[in-house]
Design a protein around this ligand. Structure first.
Ligand code: NAP
Length: 572
């Protein structure tokens, strides 16, 4: 199995020019990096984007597996910054698929002339801050070292895929890939014996999509996930015209809701309504598109064990009704966590797949995987032979992409060391000890727990307004104070105390059995759970107060009378 990220040095960097110094270097040309370079270009800041992949698109460049699509309504996933873009783009499906999503991002880059700022196949190996020169030195996989004043990390929160640590990994002679590294050319699965390992959001999408297209499908499930129907549909020209008219309303609703979606929680108290009223809401939400079943539910689902258990049992009954073999149905019902305390995968024909005679479920709880062999996989019970093995085994989430780059701040401090046991940031966008470094959608920012692009636009806007302020004032160095970083991290940590999800073994809490040190589910405070409106309120207030938590030029606090702006989507 080849890791394209590891293989990228062999491919020459496609460089935008020979310049080796930039005012700003952005790392990552995904949804965040594309918008970030747009904002920098608009301000006339000399900048480049370095991207490890062969082209732009991030998540939607890499994840080409069958069934890959939005769980967010397409029209809430697109950028909101340009009225013209909103008016001209027709989302074809309520939950658009990967090929269309990648086309959209390419369209955005081409429309705004952003490609010329991007350098592809350029993996960044190291970023080192040089105190004496007040510059970042960025080492690229082709051997070049670039310098910049400001380093902006748009690395993606789910961009470092992880594989099981089984004996014999790599010995399989058939075709095998992690879903993130799905080949660009079509994979012929017709009549093939296929294994899928993993039943997270990715596995559930793949399984539902390929079950009736392969010869034989064996699903290796370690822990089942709660899942509910996506209820996707085509978007007609008339419906798209209506969506275009309502864009302001739609984005306002997203901005109001904790998750950055159109779905807003039911404000009635769980215990204030009757059981019949609760079931009536759940019946309605189960048949509606998208995350409503999770996010338009009673708020107690997230915080109250008893309420969560009642709702989880409702979903368990739905699974029992859809899966014909009662033994299989029971295996597909999670026992170790309630609905929604892990990220809810949305499914299409997932449960029905198990009614097909060619689909088999292996419960790894009963018979764990022990090794990959030349012909397939082996559990404690038996050997299985396959033509194709699909690993849908997740990511070294949120901090993985930061750990992958050797990031060294002031005084030789390594970011990976600073974050080894506990994460700390200022607003999820700066780190004390790492001057002139911004993370528009970093750990502990508003992005991870919300509809990504909504959070990303918020973060990019805030960081860009901040940079504009720095440049307008003639500052050359900024750094969040240690005290402010501690306050923010305490706030993020405190938010977890209210949430049932703090008990879950999932990437929201930093669990990954395949990453040394993260196996036990020891909680790491990686995401902000206060909701988008609260997050935006806090970061806007920090700006309006004149960024008093940030030290400029090694000691100067901004003079009073400076007029920073509140972050608001700037729409051209
Ligand atoms: P994931 O949620 O972390 O799921 C990984 C799966 O692989 C789990 O079922 C896990 O089992 C299993 N697994 C991991 N290591 C294993 C091992 N060594 N042996 C056996 N099983 C193993 O990863 P994901 O499904 O890729 O999803 C990650 C996130 O990506 C999602 O939560 C979502 O935010 C995002 N995503 C979004 C979309 C979308 O928007 N439509 C689609 C796909 C993914 P355990 O649970 O036992 O660890």
């Amino acid at each position: 199995m080849v890791d394209p990220l590891e293989a990228s040095p062999a491919i020459p960097c496609q460089t935008a020019g020979m310049t080796s110094h930039y005012e700003a270097i952005v790392i990552g040309a995904g949804v965040g990096g594309i918008y970030q370079i747009k904002r920098l270009a608009d301000l006339g800041i000399e900048a480049t984007v370095l991207e490890a992949g062969g082209d732009l698109g991030g998540t939607w460049y890499w994840n080409r597996y069958p069934g890959a699509r939005f769980d967010s309504e397409s029209y809430t996933y697109g950028y909101s910054f340009s009225r013209e873009l909103l008016d001209e783009w027709h989302w074809k499906e309520t939950f658009s698929g990967q090929p269309e999503n990648l086309r959209y991002l390419n369209h955005v880059a081409d429309k705004f002339g952003l490609r010329k700022y991007m350098q592809f196949n350029c993996r960044v190996d190291q970023a080192r801050y040089d105190e004496a020169q007040n510059l970042w030195f960025v080492t690229v996989s082709d051997g070049r070292t670039l310098t910049c004043r400001f380093l902006i990390l748009t690395l993606g929160l789910l961009s470092i895929p992880t594989l099981p640590r089984l004996d014999g990994m790599g010995s399989f002679k058939g075709r095998s890939f992690h879903t993130f590294h799905w080949p660009h050319e079509p994979v012929d699965m017709k009549g093939k014996r296929v294994a899928v390992v993993g039943t997270g959001a990715t596995g559930i999408q793949v399984i539902g999509e390929i079950a009736d297209k392969v010869g034989d499908l064996t699903v290796f499930q370690r822990r089942p996930n709660w899942s509910a129907p996506l209820n996707n549909s085509a978007i007609s020209a008339e419906r798209m015209a209506d969506i275009r008219k309502r864009y302001d309303e739609i984005f306002a609703a997203c901005a109001r809701s904790p998750g950055g979606f159109e779905h807003e929680p039911d404000r009635r108290g769980f215990y204030e309504v009757t059981r019949e009223e609760r079931v009536a809401l759940w019946d309605k939400l189960y048949d509606e598109p998208g995350f409503g079943i999770w996010l338009a539910n009673f708020r107690e689902i997230f915080t109250d064990e008893k309420a969560n258990a009642e709702f989880s049992e409702y979903i368990a009954d739905r699974i029992r009704k859809r899966v014909k073999d009662p033994k299989v149905a029971e295996k597909l019902i999670p026992r170790d966590h309630g609905f929604g305390v892990q990220r809810v995968p949305m499914e299409t024909r997932y449960f029905e797949a198990y009614n097909q005679p060619n689909v088999h479920l292996v419960d790894l709880g009963e018979t764990p995987l022990v090794r990959e062999t030349a012909t397939g996989l082996e559990t404690t019970e038996r050997k299985y032979d396959f033509d194709i093995i699909v690993y849908a085994t997740g990511f070294d989430a949120i901090t993985g992409a930061f750990d992958k780059i050797d990031i060294e701040g002031a005084g030789g401090l390594k970011l990976a060391d600073k974050w080894r046991t506990t994460i700390s940031t200022y607003l999820g966008m700066m780190v004390h000890g790492f001057p002139n470094m911004l993370m528009p959608a970093g750990p502990q920012s508003g992005s991870a727990s919300t509809n990504y692009p909504r959070g990303i636009e918020t973060g990019v806007n805030w960081c860009t307004d901040f940079l504009e302020h720095v440049l307008a004032k003639g500052y050359t160095r900024f750094e969040a104070t240690e005290a402010a970083e501690k306050r923010w991290t305490d706030h993020v940590t405190g938010m977890y105390a209210m949430m049932l999800m703090r008990k879950a073994k999932s990437w929201f809490t930093g669990y990954n059995s395949n990453v040394p040190g993260h196996e036990q589910g020891t909680i790491r405070y990686l995401v902000y759970n206060g909701g988008a409106p609260k997050y935006v309120g806090i970061i806007n207030s920090a700006a309006m107060k004149g960024y008093t938590d940030v030290v400029f030029d090694g000691g100067k606090i901004p003079p009073s009378g400076s007029q920073p702006r509140a972050t608001s989507p700037s729409r051209a």
